[in-house]
Design a protein around this ligand. Structure first.
Ligand code: 6PG
Length: 483
């Protein structure tokens, strides 16, 4: 058989990945449910390397060298299961099936187990970087057996994005669902990051009355600071873009309903299951949800509620100074979003038995993926040295970053609240930070309430055991319920 690897599913991501593989010297079997897509790929890009088009799944499998490696790039959910079922008919023990879609990690855990029982290796691989990344170098997060990683490593390293020091952006994340899990959290962080940028935009647009062009210039400037990142860079590009039909700023003609395909929601659902507060990510998901509730928003608009109109009162402060405060608030909130995301990964690793090298994970996010950013170098160092073991926020570099930004962060959250510009991720990240650094929280009040209405008991600060007050009895005495 001629092909050392195969790709099933030749939509945007699959076709780009197949081309990337072929361009790096792999011989690539390609298959798509509708053959016209395969023909299109062959016609437009067949000369970029060695492709072997297949018309049926059987033909595809027969084209693969044993032990076989097939990468599935189809929609997550039922379509992925359908393709796996077809492949399994023809594949043999020792073969590897890689799922490069945005699968839900629990599906990956289930599929890995089912295929392991048949002697096959199943690898759930997060792939980030969109279509361009898939073609020119994505960041990849495979999870699966050590044996499968050994065979995949040279192939994946050849096509991965390379960080500035040349390190390929791919690693063996852990067993079964670990790869898809970290990709899911990557997307959660992506949501928070995008929402923070959007909130910064809104504060400048409505709050300071700036034009999209002016704000685009600000993001361009910010991209030369600690905030240097792909998302900041493309935001500047979006804001500078003019609508070809009307000549208006593109951002003004785009309907303000943010779409989502589910990975952000999963990040939050999973965090709730694991008991990890990922408040920034959750607020980012909810903000997209609110933006898309068009009827409710329309009705609310008609209510014409009393309240400020979004203009920020600068007083004696210059616009430039306030813009710098927003930048600081963005930086601090972004650190919180990453800290929460990494916290979710470390709790999941314990729960699911994955051994994830966090420093390495931060390194493979330095290039290729959507959240690539300069400060991932620092995150990686913080994990490497052990400083971030408990929380990224405690690593001296980030602690200092937060401390430097803290006063500006508060001013921005206060100005947002006073002017009526919603800033849910800015404010919830600040509340998380303040919650963490509080010696005592009002949770004691909640425990008191719970004990009163439901005899849920409480613990005391001064002695061990669980206690309950006999609230309904005349003496309202305390009884010890357990040691
Ligand atoms: C990436 C992206 C990618 C994608 C998601 C997000 O890492 O390359 O995260 O996976 O853009 O589909 O999509 P939604 O915003 O539609 O949820």
């Amino acid at each position: 058989a001629p092909a050392n690897v195969g790709v099933i599913g030749l939509a945007a991501m699959g076709a780009s990945l197949a081309r990337n593989l072929a361009r790096h010297g792999n011989s690539v079997a390609v298959y798509n449910r509708h053959y016209s897509r395969t023909e299109k790929l062959m016609k437009e890009h067949g000369d970029e390397g060695k492709f072997y088009p297949a018309q049926t799944v059987k033909e595809f499998v027969d084209l693969l060298e044993r032990p076989r490696t097939a990468i599935i790039m189809v929609k997550a959910g039922a379509p992925t299961d359908a393709v796996i079922d077809e492949l399994v008919e023809y594949m043999e023990p020792g073969d590897i099936i890689v799922d490069g879609g945005n699968a839900y990690f629990k599906d990956t855990i289930r599929r890995e187990k089912e295929l392991r029982d048949k002697g096959l290796h199943f690898v759930g691989m997060g792939v980030s970087g969109g279509e361009e990344g898939a073609l020119l170098g994505p960041s990849m997060m495979p999870g699966g057996s050590d044996a499968s990683w050994e065979r995949l490593k040279p192939i994946l390293e050849s096509i991965a994005a390379k960080a500035s020091d040349g390190e390929p952006c791919v690693m063996h994340v852990g067993e079964n669902g670990a790869g898809h899990f970290v990709k899911m959290v990557h997307n959660g962080i992506e949501y928070a990051d995008m929402q923070l940028i959007a909130e910064s935009y809104d504060l400048m647009r409505r709050g300071l009355g700036m034009t999209p062009d002016e704000i685009g210039d600000v993001f361009e400037q910010w991209n030369k600071t600690d905030l240097d990142s792909y998302l900041i860079e493309i935001t500047a590009q979006v804001l500078h873009h003019k609508d070809p039909q009307t000549g208006k700023p593109l951002v003004d003609v785009i309907v303000d309903h943010a779409g989502m395909k589910g990975t952000g929601t999963w990040t939050v659902q999973t965090a709730l299951e694991l008991g990890v507060p990922v408040t920034g990510i959750a607020e980012a998901v909810f903000a997209r949800g609110l933006s898309s509730q068009s009827e409710l928003r329309e009705e609310a608009w008609k209510q014409n509620f009393a309240g400020p109109d979004g203009r920020i009162e600068l007083g004696s402060e210059s616009r430039e100074d306030f813009i710098e405060r927003i930048r600081q608030a963005l930086y601090a909130s972004k650190i919180v979003a990453y800290a929460q995301g990494f916290n979710e990964i470390s709790v999941a690793a314990k729960t699911y038995g994955w051994n994830i090298d966090m420093a390495h994970l931060a390194r493979i996010w330095r290039a290729g993926c959507i959240i690539r950013a300069k400060f991932l170098d620092r995150i990686s160092e913080a994990f490497e040295s052990g400083e971030a073991n408990v929380s990224l926020l405690f690593a001296p570099f980030f602690k200092q970053g937060i401390e430097n930004s803290e006063a500006d962060w508060r001013k921005v959250v206060a100005a947002a609240a006073e002017s009526g510009v919603p800033a849910p991720v800015f404010s919830s990240s600040l509340a998380y930070f303040d919650g963490l650094r509080s010696k005592r929280l009002p949770a004691a009040v909640i425990q008191g309430q719970r004990d009163l209405f439901g005899a849920h008991t409480y613990q005391r600060v001064d002695m061990p055991g669980t206690y309950h007050i006999l609230w309904a009895e005349p003496g309202q005495e305390e009884v010890k319920m357990s040691d």
